[in-house]
Design a protein around this ligand. Structure first.
Ligand SMILES: Cc1ncc(COP(=O)(O)O)c(C=O)c1O
Length: 427
C-alpha cells in the first residue's frame, strides 16, 4: 500500500474511534470505553416517557425502499428515471450563488415562491395568504394541530391517506369517516356527519384522491363548501396531486370567499421527495395561527431549498418536466389497467383516475387481505393493504397499487403477474 492509502486508512479508523494517534509516539489501538459492549439499561425511559406513543407505521411504510428484486406497486414519489435531478442540481447551483442564499428568508417564505403557490391555487388567492412549509405532511400536521383542539373530531373522506390519519392521531384528534363514491365525498353524508359529531374540520383531497383516485366534481365542490360553511367548519384541501394530472379542476380555495378552505400544496410529488417545499394557504385568524405554529416549531424552511424550488418552477425545465411526467403517468396507468384486466380480473378497479399514481382495487369478499399482502411480498411484489386507509372498520378487502415506482413497464407487468400468483396462493 502507498503511504497515502495507509494514512487515509488511519484517518478513517481514528474518526471511528478505533485507533488513537499520539504525536511523536505512534498510532495505537483504542482501548474500549468502560461498559462498551454491554447493553445499557434504558428501562428508566419507559417510565419517563409514559404512553404518548406516536404511531409512525403508516408513514414509515410509505417511505421505505423495496428490497432488491422486489417490484414496488407501492410508493408515492417519482422513480429516479423520472426525477429531474440534473435540472434540480442546476437550479440549486443558481440558487446558492445569490448573496443572501444562506441568510434568513422572510419568515412566511420567499416572496416569489409564495406568489407562485398563490397563482397555482388560483382565484383571488394572493402571496400574502401563503405560508411556505416543509412539504405536504408538515402542512397537514400544522393544519390539524392549529384548527382543532385535542380530543375533538375531524371528519375525513373514507378511505383516505394514512399519513393524514397518523397526523390527526398525533395531534390528539379523532378521525370520523365520511363515505365517498366515484365523484368524491357525499355532501349529504358530510352534512349529517357535521351535525352528529359537531366537528369543525373536514379533511379532503378533491383531486385524484389517495387512494381511490376520485376527483370531486365542480358541483360537489360547491356543495361541500356550502355544507362546511353552514356547519361553521374548515375544509382542509390537500391538493397533493395538482401537478400529477394534465387538467386539474379549479381548487376549492379558489372558490372560497369566506376563509373556509385551508389549502395544502406541495412540490415533492412532482419533483422529488427531498424537495420538501410546500405551501399552506389560509386567511384570517387561522392563517395567523398556522404561521405561529410553524415559527414556534421550526422557524422556517431553509432558504436554499426555497430558492431552488423557485429557480426550478421559473425555468423552462418546469413545463418540460410536467409534460414528460403527464405522458409517462398516462402510459403507466393504462399499462397497469390492462395487465390487471388480463391477469387479475377478480380485482376490480374502483375507477380509472384522470391522473395521479394509484389504482384502488376491490377484492372478492372472501379474500384475506393481510394474507394476500404477505403472499405478494413472498412472491416479490409490494402492495398496500386497504385497511390502513380507513379510520374505522374497512367495508371489505381492498388494496392500493401504484404504477409510478416500478422502473419500467416490463417490471409493472411482472409485478401484476406476481400479484395474481399471490391471489391464487391464498384462495
Ligand atoms: C394525499 C397525500 N397528501 C400529502 C402527502 C405528503 O407528501 P409530502 O409531505 O411529500 O408533500 C402525501 C404523500 O404520500 C399524500 O399521499
Amino acid at each position: 500500500m502507498s503511504p497515502v492509502t495507509v494514512s487515509r486508512a488511519i484517518g478513517l479508523l481514528a474518526a471511528e474511534g478505533r485507533v488513537v494517534s499520539r504525536p511523536g509516539t505512534g498510532t495505537f489501538v483504542a482501548r474500549p470505553a468502560a461498559g462498551a459492549g454491554e447493553a445499557a439499561d434504558l428501562s428508566w425511559q419507559t417510565v419517563a416517557l409514559g404512553d404518548r406513543v406516536v404511531d409512525d407505521r403508516p408513514v414509515s411504510a410509505l417511505l421505505t425502499a423495496p428490497p432488491d428484486g422486489v417490484v414496488p406497486l407501492t410508493g408515492g414519489y417519482l422513480p429516479p428515471s423520472l426525477r429531474p435531478d440534473k435540472q434540480l442540481a442546476a437550479a440549486a447551483v443558481r440558487a446558492v450563488r445569490g448573496a443572501d442564499a444562506w441568510a434568513m428568508p422572510p419568515l412566511n417564505g420567499v416572496a416569489g415562491l409564495r406568489r407562485w403557490f398563490a397563482a397555482q391555487a388560483g382565484g383571488d388567492v394572493t402571496a400574502a395568504d401563503a405560508l411556505i412549509v416543509s412539504g405536504g405532511q408538515a402542512g397537514l400536521t400544522h393544519t390539524f394541530r392549529t384548527l382543532a383542539a385535542p380530543g375533538t373530531p375531524v371528519l375525513v373522506e373514507t378511505p383516505t391517506y394514512p399519513g393524514a390519519l397518523a397526523a390527526v392521531k398525533a395531534a390528539g384528534l379523532r378521525a370520523v369517516a365520511v363515505p365517498m363514491d366515484r365523484d368524491g365525498v357525499r355532501p349529504d353524508l358530510l352534512a349529517e356527519a357535521f351535525a352528529v359529531t359537531g366537528a369543525r374540520v373536514f379533511f379532503c383531497q378533491p383531486t385524484c384522491q389517495n387512494p381511490t383516485g376520485a376527483t370531486l366534481t365542480p358541483d360537489r365542490r360547491r356543495q361541500v363548501l356550502e355544507v362546511a360553511r353552514a356547519a361553521g367548519a374548515f375544509v382542509v384541501e390537500d391538493d397533493f396531486a395538482r401537478f400529477l394530472t394534465e387538467h386539474p379542476p379549479p381548487t376549492m380555495v379558489s372558490m372560497d370567499a369566506h376563509g373556509t378552505v385551508v389549502y395544502v400544496g406541495s412540490l415533492t410529488k412532482i419533483l422529488a421527495p427531498s424537495m420538501r417545499v410546500g405551501a399552506v394557504i389560509a386567511r384570517g385568524p387561522a392563517a395567523r395561527r398556522l404561521r405561529a405554529s410553524q415559527l414556534v416549531e421550526s422557524f422556517f424552511v431553509a432558504r436554499p431549498l426555497q430558492e431552488t424550488a423557485l429557480e426550478f418552477v421559473g425555468s423552462p425545465a418546469w413545463r418540460r418536466h410536467l409534460a414528460a411526467v403527464h405522458a409517462e403517468l398516462d402510459v403507466r396507468r393504462q399499462a397497469l389497467v390492462t395487465a390487471l384486466a388480463a391477469r387479475l380480473p377478480e380485482a376490480t378497479p374502483h375507477l380509472v383516475p384522470a391522473g395521479g399514481m394509484h389504482l384502488w382495487l376491490r377484492l372478492p369478499a372472501e379474500t384475506d387481505e393481510d394474507a394476500l399482502v404477505e403472499a405478494a411480498k413472498r412472491n416479490g411484489v409490494l402492495v398496500s393493504p386497504g385497511r390502513i386507509y380507513y379510520p374505522s372498520e374497512p367495508p371489505g378487502p381492498r388494496i392500493r397499487v401504484t404504477h409510478v415506482a416500478a422502473t419500467h413497464l416490463g417490471e409493472l407487468a411482472e409485478g401484476v403477474r406476481r400479484l395474481a400468483q399471490a391471489l391464487a396462493d391464498v384462495t
